[in-house]
Design a protein around this ligand. Structure first.
Ligand code: 4AD
Ligand code: MG
Length: 478
C-alpha cells in the first residue's frame, strides 16, 4: 500500500477508508485499553493521532513505540473529537526503526535552544525546528520566484576566489599546501606559486564583484550562494558561513535600488504570511510562551502582527547625516546609554544605534543612505558632495542591518583613485575595472543576509537557530 503523508491526511475527508502512514513517534499516551500515539512525518507541524486498541497488538510491539521511533501504520481514517479533525484507528503497526527511550535525547518536554544546538543533528525533529526549516524552504522558493517574475537571471558566482578586494570581512584561506611544511621563497615567505591555483586563494565573502560583470551583459541578475567571513564575531546575528542573495542591476540608480529592496523584503514576508501560517502560528505561540515572564514593555510585538506591519507599511528613508543628528540629540545618547557614544559625522553605526532608530525612534524599518565614504567599500558611488557615497542599509527591528547595498561607482577615473586611496590592488582588479573601461553604465545592487531574514520571519532570537548546522568561532560540529 502506498504511504500517504500527514499533511494530506489531515485535510482528507475520506473517513472509513484504509490508509498507510509512516512517521516518527512524538508521544505515546497509554490508557487502560488504548494507546494514543502522536505521529509526525515533517510534512506539516501537526501530528496525526493514532489510536491503537491494546487488545489487537502484541505487547512487544507496543513496547517499542517510544518517542523518536519510526513506525508505519495501516488503519482506518476516522473523524476525531479531539484537536484534529481526523485520527487513524490502527489495524497494523510495524516498527521501522526503534529509539531506546533511555538514550534518545529528545524527550517530550521543553528543551532549551542551547541544548538543542548541541544536538543539531536531531533538533529538526522538534516542532520549533521543523517549522523553521519549512519556512526557510518557502523563503528560498520565494526569492527565486520574485526575481524570476521580474526577469532577473540567477548566476552562480565562484566560492573560491583569489581576490580579497571587497574588504567585507576577514577571509578563510583555501590551500592544498602541507601547512606543517609549506614551500618557501628565499625570503622565508610561503611560496603560493606551488599552491593548487598557483596563487593564494580564499573562500568568497560576496558574489558582488562577479555579479557586476554579469549585470553588464544581462542587465538584471542575482546570486544566491554561501559566503564566508572569518570575523571573530560571537553575536546572535553573525555566522562565519551564511547565505546571501545579491541582485545587481544595470541602469538602476540608488532610488531604484531602494525601491527594489523594499519591494523584495515585503514580497518575502507576505509570501510567508500567505504560505506558512501554520508554522508561524506555532512559532508565535512559542515566542509568547518564552516571553511571558518578561515585563510587558520588554515583550516583542506578536510575530504575525509584526510581519503584517512590515509588509504593509512604507519604510522610512533618511540620510546617514539625518540619522546621526537624531542619535546625537537622543536622550539615550545624552544619558550615556549607548555603549558606543555617537560623535558626529564619521561615526560608524553599531547595531545598538540601528536598533534605536528602528525600534525606539521611528518604530518602522528604515533605509539609511549617504554614508561617509570613509566607512564604506571602495566600489560605492561618490556623491557630488565628495564625502558621502550612495550606500544604502536597510535596518529592521531586532535584526539591525538586514540589507547592505549601493549604487556603484561607474566612472573609471574616480574608481581607480578611490582604490588607490583605500589600498585596493588596481593591477589585480583589472578584470573588474574593464566593466568601467568598456560600455560602463550606472548600476546598483544589494545583499540580503538570508539567515537574518529567516531570523526576522521566524521571530527567533539567535541566527544559529535558523541554519541547520551553524558555523561560528570555535564551532564546526556535524
Ligand atoms: O553589508 P554586506 O557586507 O554587503 C556585501 O557583502 C555587499 N557585497 C552586498 C552587495 O551590495 N551586493 O553584507 C550584506 C548582508 C548584510 O546586510 C547582512 O544581512 C548579511 O549580509 N551579513 C551577515 N549575515 C550573517 N552573518 C554575517 N557574518 C554577516 N555579514 C553580513
Ligand atoms: Mg553592510
Amino acid at each position: 500500500m502506498k504511504r500517504q503523508e500527514i499533511k494530506e491526511i489531515l485535510s482528507s475527508e475520506a473517513f472509513g477508508s484504509t490508509i498507510k502512514v509512516n512517521g516518527w513517534v512524538r508521544t505515546k499516551r497509554e490508557s487502560k485499553n488504548v494507546n494514543f500515539i502522536n505521529l509526525n512525518d515533517g510534512t506539516v507541524i501537526h501530528n496525526l493521532q493514532i489510536v491503537a486498541d491494546v487488545n489487537n497488538f502484541d505487547e512487544n510491539i507496543l513496547k517499542k513505540i517510544n518517542t523518536g521511533a519510526a513506525i508505519s501504520v495501516v488503519g482506518e481514517l476516522a473523524e476525531s473529537g479531539g484537536q484534529q479533525r481526523v485520527e487513524l484507528i490502527a489495524k497494523e503497526i510495524e516498527v521501522i526503526g526503534e529509539a531506546d527511550p533511555d538514550k534518545y535525547p529528545l524527550q517530550p518536554k521543553r528543551h532549551t535552544l542551547e541544548f538543542l544546538r548541541e544536538i543539531a543533528h536531531l533538533r529538526m525533529r522538534t516542532n520549533t525546528f521543523s517549522a523553521i526549516f519549512r519556512i526557510r524552504h518557502a523563503m528560498i522558493y520565494a526569492v527565486h520566484t520574485f526575481f524570476n517574475n521580474k526577469g532577473f537571471f540567477n548566476m552562480h558566482t565562484p566560492i573560491i576566489t583569489a581576490s580579497d578586494a571587497e574588504g567585507a570581512g576577514e577571509m578563510f584561506q583555501v590551500t592544498t599546501l602541507d601547512m606543517s611544511n609549506p614551500p618557501r621563497n628565499e625570503d622565508g615567505s610561503i611560496d603560493y606559486s606551488q599552491d593548487f591555483f598557483g596563487k593564494k586563494t580564499n573562500l568568497t565573502v560576496s558574489g558582488q564583484l562577479e555579479g557586476e560583470l554579469a549585470a553588464m551583459a544581462l542587465s538584471k541578475i542575482y546570486t544566491f550562494g554561501p559566503t564566508f567571513r572569518a570575523e571573530n564575531s560571537n553575536t546572535s546575528r553573525h555566522l562565519a558561513e551564511f547565505w546571501m542573495i545579491e541582485p545587481e542591476m544595470a541602469f538602476y540608480d540608488i532610488n531604484d535600488n531602494m525601491d527594489l529592496a523594499e519591494e523584495f523584503l515585503k514580497y518575502l514576508i507576505q509570501y510567508a504570511l500567505d504560505n506558512c501560517m501554520d508554522d508561524l502560528e506555532f512559532l508565535s505561540q512559542r515566542l509568547q510562551q518564552e516571553e511571558k515572564d518578561k515585563p510587558a514593555d520588554q515583550r516583542s510585538m506578536e510575530l504575525i502582527e509584526k510581519l503584517r506591519f512590515v509588509a504593509n507599511n512604507d519604510f522610512i528613508r533618511l540620510t546617514y547625516t539625518e540619522a546621526i543628528e537624531i542619535l546625537e540629540n537622543s536622550k539615550h545618547n545624552q544619558k550615556g546609554k549607548f555603549q558606543y557614544p555617537v560623535k558626529g559625522f564619521g561615526t560608524d553605526l553599531q547595531s545598538e544605534h540601528e536598533r534605536y532608530l528602528v525600534e525606539s525612534h521611528f518604530k518602522k524599518p528604515v533605509i539609511l543612505t549617504g554614508y561617509p565614504a570613509s566607512i564604506k567599500a571602495f566600489y560605492m558611488k561618490l556623491n557630488p558632495d565628495g564625502r558621502t557615497v550612495a550606500a544604502m542599509d536597510v535596518l529592521f527591528p531586532q535584526i539591525g542591518e538586514i540589507i547592505g547595498g549601493s549604487q556603484r561607482e561607474e566612472n573609471y577615473e574616480v574608481l581607480v583613485e578611490k582604490m588607490e586611496k583605500m589600498g585596493v590592488p588596481v593591477e589585480e582588479m583589472s578584470w573588474y575595472l574593464d566593466t568601467r573601461r568598456f560600455g560602463s553604465v550606472p548600476h546598483s545592487g544589494f545583499g540580503l543576509g538570508f539567515e537574518r531574514l529567516i531570523t526576522f520571519v521566524t521571530g527567533m532570537g539567535n541566527i544559529r537557530d535558523v541554519i541547520a548546522f551553524a558555523r561560528t568561532p570555535k564551532n564546526c560540529e556535524f
